[in-house]
Design a protein around this ligand. Structure first.
Ligand code: PGA
Length: 257
């Protein structure tokens, strides 16, 4: 059994997919399929250009809206970037930080992730912090050390009350978009390990945090993942692009809780 205070987080990471003109149809289909349930924390993460539309389409529903990234600076000459206050200004309440695609394709180092965490928290945005090792790191036997470093660095200077607003997504890079989700042993072990690290950083607060798994989650494998003690949800990429399949994932979780 998971402690009651831990919410089941189900996030849909659209990445660079779907058009703004598709958001309202998506919202309509998804919200028809789900019923308000206080145990759930559901969010969608559309591209920047669709955020404002998503905020308006999901208004007064149980689905919140997260940005996929944010710049760590408050304003200034950073062409192409978006700040935390610009997100808050359009009603966005949360933000993904440190997704592996940001770390790998845009060279986001642990220090930058930490600065983004601090900026988000200062602006009142709730972070969804992504961590996870590459295949090479795992093959070398360094998965735990690697993920621990990501966590310790991300939370450096982050106070306990802000920490509690964060959702962690453990997303092994080798499982993202490959159709091969990590098996129960690996993700169960890593999510328990992540909670252990968080306990050493924040004590008992760590018990209340939601730690989600991400990487090729779909309607078929979600039930097995969510039944593991330390997995409190899922960050879903490909399978969240259809509102229908994202809704089915949420329904499968609901059926086994
Ligand atoms: P995937 O992506 O579900 O398509 O593997 C997950 C993610 O990158 O968040």
């Amino acid at each position: 059994m998971k402690p009651e205070k831990r919410k089941i987080f189900i996030g849909g990471n659209w990445k660079m997919n779907l058009l703004t003109s598709q958001v309202s149809g998506y919202a309509e289909t998804l919200t028809k399929q789900i019923t308000e349930d206080g145990r759930f924390d559901i969010c969608v993460c559309p591209p920047y250009v669709s955020l404002e539309r998503a905020v308006s389409c999901f208004k007064n529903t149980c689905v919140s809206v997260a940005a996929q990234n944010v710049n760590e600076n408050s304003s200034g000459a950073f062409t192409g970037e978006v700040s935390c206050s610009q997100l808050s200004d359009i009603g966005v309440e949360r933000v993904m930080i440190g997704h592996s695609e940001r770390r790998i394709y845009y060279a986001e180092a642990n220090e930058t992730v930490n600065r983004k965490m601090e900026a988000a928290i200062k602006a009142g945005l709730s972070p969804i912090l992504c961590v996870g090792e590459t295949e090479a790191v795992r093959a070398a036997g360094n998965a735990e050390r690697f993920v621990k470093e990501q966590l310790v660095s991300a939370f450096d200077g982050v106070p306990c009350d802000a920490f509690e607003k964060t959702v962690i997504a453990y997303e092994p890079v080798w499982a993202i978009g490959t159709g091969k989700a990590a098996d129960a042993e690996i993700c169960g072990h890593m999510c328990a390990f992540i909670r252990e690290v968080l306990r050493t950083l924040y004590g008992e607060c760590a018990e209340h945090m939601s730690i989600a798994y991400g990487g090729s989650v779909n309607e078929e494998n979600i039930a097995g993942l969510i039944s593991l003690t330390d997995i409190d949800g899922a960050l879903v990429g490909g399978a969240s692009l259809s509102a229908d399949s994202f809704g089915k994932i949420i329904a499968s979780v609901s059926a086994i809780l």
